[in-house]
Ligand binder design. Structure first.
Ligand code: URA
Length: 247
């Protein structure tokens, strides 16, 4: 939800100050009701907002794929002044939000969009979009431990849902191992906690895939827009899984 004068200003109606005046003059309607109080919260994606009887221009939807480097916060502002993901989106004037989050010290694929509905569907575990992570962990997990990661690990907030896990390599033999985990949930620090729970703490973590989207061609810190083909495929896959799961 956003403040009405901000939504009006972002839609190019006028400056924020001027928009406050329009509101107090009773010239703005939200879902058929005149709103004369600036600061009223609205949902720019859902609410029908009119100024002098004319619908405001909706901001175009944008879909960005960022290769998040480590050392950046997945948030729009940081009170401590650390770098945030939107600092990396030079040239993007739309206000986009991250879909899910990656920890400060996690790198990899992060989708950002101003399309709240699509974002919710991707983030929701019931849609079963694969989130694939590669984690360097301490030591060498036995195949039994790797199987536990795939089948479900007991964490303080409950058992993890089934996914996939495999050991890719060890380097140098015995000191650390590279695991690949595919999960569908997005609990706080989930992969780190899962690896910790099997006795192999994460040394570094990267998300390498989200559904069919990969980081191909993007260096850390770079972003690109999704192509219209990718967007269509993403929507198709989300609808197919909604049908499968009755969503
Ligand atoms: N799991 C984690 O532990 N951290 C992330 O950033 C993402 C998934």
């Amino acid at each position: 939800m956003e403040r009405l004068q901000k939504v009006l200003a972002q839609a190019g109606v006028a400056s924020r100050r001027k928009c406050e005046e329009l509101i107090s003059q009773g010239r703005v309607q939200v879902n058929g009701v005149t709103v004369s109080e600036a600061g009223t919260k609205v949902d720019p994606a859902q609410d029908v907002i009119l100024v002098d009887g004319k619908a405001i221009q909706r901001e175009a939807f944008v879909y960005l794929l960022l290769h998040k480097p480590t050392g950046v916060i997945t948030s729009l502002h940081d009170p401590q002044g650390r770098r945030v993901v939107t600092d990396l989106l030079s040239g993007v004037k739309e206000r986009v939000y991250p879909v899910g989050r990656l920890d400060y010290d996690t790198s990899g694929l992060l989708l950002l969009t101003n399309d709240g509905e699509l974002a919710n569907r991707i983030a929701h575990p019931s849609f079963e979009i694969d989130k694939v992570y590669q984690a360097w962990v301490k030591g060498v997990p036995t195949s039994e431990r790797v199987r536990m990661l795939a089948e479900g690990v007991q964490l303080t907030d409950g058992l993890t849902a089934p996914g996939q896990a495999r050991l890719l390599t060890t380097d140098p033999p015995g000191r650390r191992s590279l695991l690949e985990l595919t999960i569908h949930e997005g609990r706080n620090r989930q992969v780190r906690r899962m690896c910790e729970a099997i006795g192999h703490p994460v040394e570094s973590l990267k998300r390498v895939r989200l559904g069919f989207l990969t980081l191909d061609g993007l260096s850390p810190g770079q972003y690109r827009h999704l192509t219209s083909q990718e967007l269509a495929r993403l929507r198709r896959e989300l609808s197919a899984s909604a049908r499968r799961f009755g969503g």
